[in-house]
Design a protein around this ligand. Structure first.
Ligand code: NAD
Length: 365
């Protein structure tokens, strides 16, 4: 079977880690005999420099006609000019909106061999294995009115949290479907006691949950959840929440994995023809402080390629092979700088990518 993949490397460490994810896919191709056809597009600062916009219509069209999108990262101080509204990250916002990528999946798990890299106690993080489902195209980041104006008393600004029942329903459904293949627990996080939009969120979530007899859907207030996530993360299986809460809580959850460089993500949309189009990227940014030094951790990008295999191409066995290869290489003691500790073996971005690819081609045992 042959699949088309749009590759958007972006800025900073984006290109460095994407190369290693492509090595992973090459190893999968070799072992399983799939055909992957890659087409490259410019995004972010790279596109601004070359073409004057964060992303062209041609690149958008490339993404629309592909089976999946592999994304690196966008942004950096070079393009932090406050006098212009053109920003590299707009490429990502446009892709989310135009491709209707409404469900952002962020799996967060603790790796026993990296426990000591977490600021939390090992006995707290050990065994944590959560999938966050963040609503990605609505809520506070997109709803209108969203404006700033001058009044006789001074400046004012407003953002709005507006959700339709359809927007809530489809994302909670994604969470429930995921839970059926996991530990069958969904926690929906809202601010029911203070926000009307959260009351609708809770109502619709309850209705969707009632359609899944084998899934236990419960609710938690965002403030309680913020605490419970670090007090007892192992209690959570699938967590579904709004755009802004999801943004904040998934960064908080990164402490469970020990480094931003370990966390992949998938942004999914259900297409009318039944296909799932997805954009796959590490949760980290372009890390300009370490770009070009060969020390970035490529595992988040590599694990994102595993999500691409699973969710866009339906290749679950192949996705598991990638995930096992990553675990195996970590068990053998190989570490990039961000997850290095005494007694382990420090490797470069490139070496880490090659180790994982080799383990895919030559599985142990
Ligand atoms: P960042 O995620 O790029 O970096 C935060 C810290 O984590 C830095 O110290 C960095 O060195 C480290 N880090 C990140 N990824 C790493 C990896 N794979 N291996 C080792 N260390 C890693 O966040 P930031 O510094 O706030 O943002 C930098 C730029 O990236 C900004 O322009 C921001 O707007 C952009 N950004 C883009 C995305 C995206 O493209 N999806 C996401 C977040 C930030």
């Amino acid at each position: 079977m042959s699949y088309s993949i749009a590759v958007l490397r972006g800025d900073g460490i984006g290109p460095e880690v994407t190369v290693e994810a492509l090595k992973t896919l090459a190893a999968i191709k070799e072992r399983f005999g799939h055909g992957f056809l890659y087409e490259e597009g410019l995004v972010g600062g790279a596109s601004l420099d070359e073409l004057g916009v964060p992303m062209t219509d041609d690149t958008l069209a490339l993404c629309q006609r592909s089976d999946a999108i592999l994304f690196g990262a966008a942004g950096g101080p070079k393009w932090d000019d406050a006098s212009t509204d053109l920003r590299p990250e707009q490429a990502l916002f446009r892709l989310r909106k135009e491709l209707n990528l409404f469900a952002n999946l962020r799996p967060v798990r603790s790796y026993p061999m990296l426990d000591e890299k977490s600021p939390l106690r090992p006995e707290v993080v050990r065994g944590a294995d959560i999938i966050f489902v963040r609503e990605l195209t609505g809520g506070l980041y997109f709803s209108q009115p969203k404006k700033r104006w001058q009044t006789p008393e001074g400046r004012r600004a407003v953002d709005s949290e507006d959700y339709s029942e359809q927007e809530i329903e489809r994302v909670v459904r994604v969470a429930c479907e995921l839970a059926t293949k996991r530990r069958k627990k969904v926690v929906s996080v809202d601010k029911f006691n203070a926000l009307i939009s959260s009351r609708l969120w809770r109502q619709v979530a309850t209705e969707v949950g009632s359609e899944y007899a084998d899934v236990d859907l419960s609710h938690m207030l965002a403030d309680t959840f913020a605490m419970q996530l670090i007090v007892r993360p192992t209690q959570f299986d699938v967590v579904v929440t709004t755009n802004m809460f999801g943004d904040i809580f998934t960064d908080e959850a990164a402490v469970l994995a020990g480094s931003m460089g370990m966390l992949p993500s998938a942004s999914l949309s259900g297409l009318p023809d039944g296909r799932t189009l997805g954009l796959y990227e590490p949760i980290h940014g372009s890390a300009p402080d370490i770009a070009g030094q060969g020390i970035a951790n490529p595992l988040a990008a590599i694990l994102s390629s595993a999500l691409l295999l699973r969710y866009s191409l339906g290749l679950d066995e192949e996705a598991c092979v990638v995930e096992h290869a990553v675990t195996s290489i970590l068990e053998e003691g190989y570490r990039t700088s961000d997850i290095y500790s005494e007694g382990t073996r420090k490797v470069s971005t490139q070496e880490m990518g090659e180790l994982v690819a080799t383990r895919i081609r030559e599985p142990k045992g």
